[in-house]
Ligand binder design. Structure first.
Ligand code: SAH
Ligand code: SF4
Ligand code: F3S
Length: 477
């Protein structure tokens, strides 16, 4: 998946209408402070940049400290129960801020907003606005409604919205790497997954707007873009009379090639690939372009074909391993990572062993691993019993995590003694005497600052030693 770095109740309080009305009489052009916090996948982080852009046009500038904010937005994730619990806990803190600062607007964006809809307003009395992922253009109107004394909801999903024309405001940016959303929604209906319900139908963004965004980023000094979608391999743009490009179709391999060919100094990454859809054409495009990073996130979820069928993943163990073989054949140096779920409905000990054994076969560079968490409304919640006891899910998860630790170490140790092509992304978290940046395979390297090179430059780094997650090295000429 996309990187689930941070996934995610509230004091009872009525909307303070009197105070809210006071704000409505303020000059709406006046500069206001927006604080926006994101949870969940990279799509959400990318959406927050769209929201910041939409609100910047209405005079909101983003701040890093919520105590300075006139409006707080929390962009939420609904993928697992604990993601939602984190949001509720955070809302408690915002509730306290709201009591201290009457008129402060608190809005909930994203997948949890979409899942709970107006119910959110009943459950969380301090929340003023609930907005789903396809309704962000409507935010200024919703804010105006709140300023007029109402609470506001817009959770309409769209078949067309791609925010193609909106130029995101980069938040917490290192000025070197950025995300570009190339599509929205998902049509896959994996039985465990809430995303099709929270993000709606799959739609692909106009390639012209993607290329323009990539070029603008390059011109602004960025050197790496990650093309984002829940299933990038099913990207398919179809031109129309309306857009003046009737008859034109672009698939993911073609899009990837076009972005890579903008400039050899612009690195290209992408996420997420679905094993059923990733084509050899994509792999050949990767092989043929030095600036497409040799790294594929290919979630397996389970190593057992029966469980995969129940998950509605539409591939089996053999298919998955064939795709891994194709990657190794066409791009031998390619890094591969996965998402894995333990304890899905009906998973037996033998099924779990199949997950461990597929891990042994692939030896992932990296993995995101989760215990199954039933999500209301999903196919699995409706059709299957969540019958693996919590402690069994957790124990299996521990085994999977342990195995991955070994494999990550194995992969990273193989990088020691080799020379890596690294884009300097910034200073290491621990010391401003060291730079950090990733190699082609997405492994983080840390190496001493060399004054001849600056952030945003490419360097060759010799890997000299490693921890389980970081390669330590030095720049060589
Ligand atoms: N579109 C991506 C995944 C997005 S969700 C893909 O198809 O791979 C990210 C990951 O969260 C999933 O790959 C899955 O491993 C995990 N996940 C999703 N729903 C889950 C659930 N109900 N319980 C546990 N993990 C889940
Ligand atoms: Fe969820 Fe499956 Fe779509 Fe990924 S492909 S977002 S796991 S339904
Ligand atoms: Fe992403 Fe979480 Fe939504 S993983 S798509 S933010 S449910």
């Amino acid at each position: 998946m996309l990187d689930l770095k941070r996934a995610n109740n509230t004091p009872l309080e009525e909307t303070r209408q009197g105070e809210v009305l006071d704000i409505a009489t303020e000059d709406i052009q006046a500069s206001k402070n927006l604080y926006i916090e994101s949870y969940g996948c990279q799509m959400n982080f990318s959406d927050s940049e769209i929201v910041a852009s939409i609100l910047a046009e209405r005079g909101y500038k983003t701040v890093n400290d919520f105590s300075e904010a006139d409006a707080i937005f929390i962009n939420t994730c609904a993928i697992r129960e604990n993601a939602e619990q984190r949001v509720r806990n955070r809302l408690k803190e915002f509730g306290a801020a709201k009591r201290a600062k009457p008129g402060l607007i608190v809005g909930v964006l994203g997948c949890m907003a979409e899942r709970l809809k107006a119910k959110f307003l009943e459950e969380e009395k301090l929340v003023d606005i609930v907005v789903g992922p396809d309704a962000y253009r409507n935010l200024p109107n919703l804010i105006a409604e709140v300023q007029a004394g109402d609470r506001a909801v817009n959770v309409l999903l769209s078949r067309e919205e791609t925010y193609a024309d909106i130029s995101p405001i980069r938040l917490n940016s290192n000025g070197v790497t950025a995300f570009i959303s190339i599509m929205r929604g998902c049509d896959n209906m994996c039985s465990f997954c809430v995303v099709p319900f929270t993000r709606g139908r799959e739609r692909s963004r106009d390639p012209k707007s993607i290329l323009k965004e990539a070029q603008d980023l390059f011109d602004a000094g960025y050197r790496e873009v990650t093309l984002l979608g829940q299933n990038v391999d099913s990207y398919k743009y179809e031109g129309s009379e309306e857009t003046g490009d009737a008859g034109q179709t672009v698939n993911f391999a073609q899009l990837l090639t076009m972005v890579a060919e903008l400039n050899p100094l612009l690195r290209v990454r992408f996420s997420t690939s679905h094993p059923k859809d990733i084509t050899d054409e994509v792999l050949y495009s990767m092989r043929d372009h030095d600036n497409i990073c040799k790294y594929i996130h290919l979630p397996v979820q389970s190593g057992n074909s029966r469980v995969l069928k129940l998950m509605n993943r539409t591939y089996d163990r053999e298919w998955y391993l064939e795709r891994v073989d194709a990657i190794r054949r066409i791009i031998p140096e390619c890094g591969i990572s996965a998402d894995i779920i333990t304890g899905f409905c009906t998973e037996t000990e033998a099924d779990h062993q199949d997950t461990l054994s597929i891990m042994d076969e692939v030896k992932y560079d990296f993995a995101y691993m989760f215990a199954y968490s039933e999500r209301p409304g999903t196919l699995a919640a409706r059709k299957y019993e969540d019958d693996v006891p919590e402690e069994v899910k957790k124990r299996r998860l521990t085994e999977v995590v342990e195995k991955q630790r070994e494999h990550s170490l194995y992969r990273i140790q193989n990088f020691v003694g080799k020379v890596h092509h690294v884009l300097i992304e910034g200073f290491s978290k621990r010391s401003d005497q060291d730079y950090c940046g990733r190699n082609d395979q997405n492994t983080m390297l840390v190496f001493p600052v060399d004054p001849r090179y600056k952030v945003g430059d490419y360097v060759k780094v010799l890997g000299e030693s490693c921890t389980s997650a970081t390669l330590i090295g030095r720049i060589i000429d």
